[in-house]
Ligand binder design. Structure first.
Ligand code: ADP
Length: 171
């Protein structure tokens, strides 16, 4: 089945999907932005589970249950901090998307929702991040995952992803 990609304006803590992705901090013990929202909505059980996971290096991902969230799983990935573009940020951001999808596949997730990783506190320019996100997901050899949702938290980001997706032939 071909992979379906779509963009949606939403708070990802509300999505009833197999997995939502968290732009976590490397301790996996919660933080601001989407990470804080996910921990608040999931409840203390998520923090408890994260404590057992240890450190997550930049570009890697870890998976937990969704606890009180409507999503079945949370995939936590540590996005790169933007340092001007010469520090491997693009490759690390792509690795976040790829490694999250590897975990989604391994856990039988069919629908996965990504936030715009690194474009908040980490300062990755959103105009550069969106094409990396879309290209990396398109290049992923998905077997079970059949839908990827780009969960946008602003109208600007939604327009950015919509125009990115409109440029993909056959979508
Ligand atoms: P990072 O540290 O990776 O930059 P942030 O959480 O600061 O992570 O921001 C990443 C993106 O997630 C930003 O585009 C931000 O607007 C968005 N965001 C924040 N809260 C939510 C949410 N509840 N659902 C979806 N996206 C969110």
């Amino acid at each position: 089945m071909p992979l379906r990609l779509r963009a949606l304006a939403a708070d990802n803590t509300t999505l009833r999907v197999d997995a939502i992705v968290n732009a976590a901090n490397s301790s996996l013990l919660g933080g601001g932005g989407v990470d804080g929202a996910i921990h608040r909505a999931a409840g203390p059980g998520l923090l408890e589970e994260c404590r057992g996971l240890g450190w997550c290096p930049t570009g890697e991902a870890r998976i937990t249950g969704g606890h009180r969230l409507p999503a079945r799983h949370v995939i936590h990935t540590m996005g790169p901090v933007w340092r001007g573009g010469g520090a491997g940020e693009a490759g690390l951001l792509a690795a976040c998307y790829r490694n999250s999808l590897v975990l989604a596949e391994a856990h039988g997730c069919l629908v996965v929702a990504f936030p715009s990783i690194s474009t908040g506190v980490c300062g990755f320019p959103p105009d550069l991040a969106a094409p990396i996100a879309v290209e990396t997901v398109l290049a992923f050899p998905a077997q079970r995952v059949h839908e990827v949702v780009f969960c946008c938290f602003s109208v600007d980001d939604l327009l950015r992803y919509e125009s990115e997706l409109a440029g993909v032939p056959g979508l």
